[in-house]
Design a protein around this ligand. Sequence first.
Ligand code: GAL
Length: 652
Amino acid sequence: MEKILQGDKILLGVCYYPEHWDKSLWKNDLRRMKDHGLEAIRIAEFAWNLSEPREGNFNFDFFDGFLEEARAASMSVIFGTPTATPPAWLTHKYPEVLNARIDGALYRHGSRRHYNYNSRVYQELSARIVEKTAEHYGKHPAIIGWQIDNEVNCELDEFYSESDSAAFRKFLKDKYQNLPALNNAWGTVFWNQTYTDWEEVFVPRLTINASVNPHEVMDYIRFVSYSARKFVKMQSDIIKKYKKADDFITTNGMFSNLDNHLMVKESLDFFTFDSYPNFAYCLDQEPWVGSSGLKDRMWSRNLSRVRSVSKRFGIMEQQSGPNGWNTRMEAASPRPGQMSLWTMQSIAHGADYVSYFRWRTAPFGTEIYWHGILDYSNRDNRRLAELDNIHEKVTRIANAAGARYHAVFGVLEDYDNQWDVRLDAWHRRVHQISDEGLFAAAQLLHSPFDYVSLGDSADPAALPTPETLTRYPVLFYPHPTIMTAERAALLENYVKNGGILVLGCRSGYKDPNGHCPMEKLPGKLRDFCGADVVDFSFVPPDEKPINISWNGTEFEAAVFNDILEPIDGAEVLASYKNGWCAGKAALTMRSFGKGRVYYFGGTFSKDAAAVFIKNLKLDEPFRQTIEAPPSVEIALRDGRDAKFYFVLNYLN
Ligand code: GAL
């Protein structure tokens, strides 16, 4: 059996659903996979019924039979726990396990992920199926690792069941100890929301204008993240008791309202991502794909985030066919070469295992149009032939496994601000434009970067060491709306020791509860950043673009303008050229210790970000080795004995 993600080889695999096929196909499928270079399969993640067809009746014949075939074929297996799809007998008998909408209506059986993490019954029945499964298969020679659940927080990342309200109260009691502390943190004196009994506290409910107390929402999102992590940890702790020492525990997908970094640290050996760049071509394209025109190349941003979550990582599901569910979203088939491109995109960003979704397209069910490598007919096809070509390429670079992605700068992120982006529309707008702009500009200038997480302020252990930051000569922290004293001290130290920090508008005006303290802006950053934010305004959408010019290049300070005054010896590098703020400082720079801080009063749209990247000399770091047009992504993985350059051509 091949091991994956052990740092010695990059390997390919595939997702397989033995329960979807007649048993007579298994042997041939496994042989064919092997013949085409697929060394591992993930199975069983939605198949609870097959092992527990009735409550408390366990029967492992089905997967015993299949695993025997896998062992005979020397196929490595990643075994999934089935908790993403509770059986009908379970949800029918115990409706309290179901998730609910904010108005209390239950999400019924018939799709997936319809459960809530906090139902005691669901926790018990999940723990039992995981325990029985791990006990039965833990030492199976074909198994090399375990996947917990499937895509934690996918489909829905909000939970409003009665169990959630009960668990939310407990979470808040642990956090605040008493109601006056909670009332204070939530500012409940506003609009007479003061709580006098814990039973009066609920997860957010239907309210006029959907305007739930914003500080409550911050705690609620942290609570959702905590609930999901606890559910994963419960399963991981059980699997650890039974698995073989070398077998790994992972989960797949990267979803919101979840501290993925902490989940990995607490419960997993590494993270796996599900990479579906074809979403960029869907007819009803998801709005988050954005407007930079980078299409499938935008998935490099997701992959960079995964690298931050888990240094070692794999792709559990890599797109291998056209998309489509029973009714939702449709995208064309990957063009010839595009499966190779997407596989190499994953590997370029650090994936050491790439597993395709899925071996063969399901001829029935909700995902009847979500194609795998093979079509319904099972005949050899173009995508299978392309897999041979991919396998040959991957074999040639197999020893890039473990090699580090080469980044020339870092972008700081943290969970407090991620939670705030979710609830605060102003913050969301500036975040989205800079998130996409910075990524797009860096891509087009071949300037690879890492995301660097500062964690959640609720988890003090998550704050990185100063050395984690000093590895990067330049750090962008586009809009750290929420700023803590600890983070500000870390950043001050980074700059003092020679780092270059770049901040954007709306920095430092909130605390972790989401209050806006009575401080001069940018709050806790003001001590060292050299800028005093004396005024600010949203740029009305119908207004002429507000421009600035720095080092002879003119660009837009889009969406929002902080009006600055330099302090502590800072210089003004650029002023607003038009609008009511014309002539006022828009960009300041302060030399501090051995480093510098830039404060930009606008957002890092693609053009603005490009100016920063060029002026800070971060563009084209590979110019001595590779000359390539902007349409090409360049990545480098630095191995122990070799350098691996990836030159990815997205032109179509
Ligand atoms: C993923 C999921 C798979 C499958 C796939 C295609 O999000 O993990 O189970 O649903 O999408 O829709």
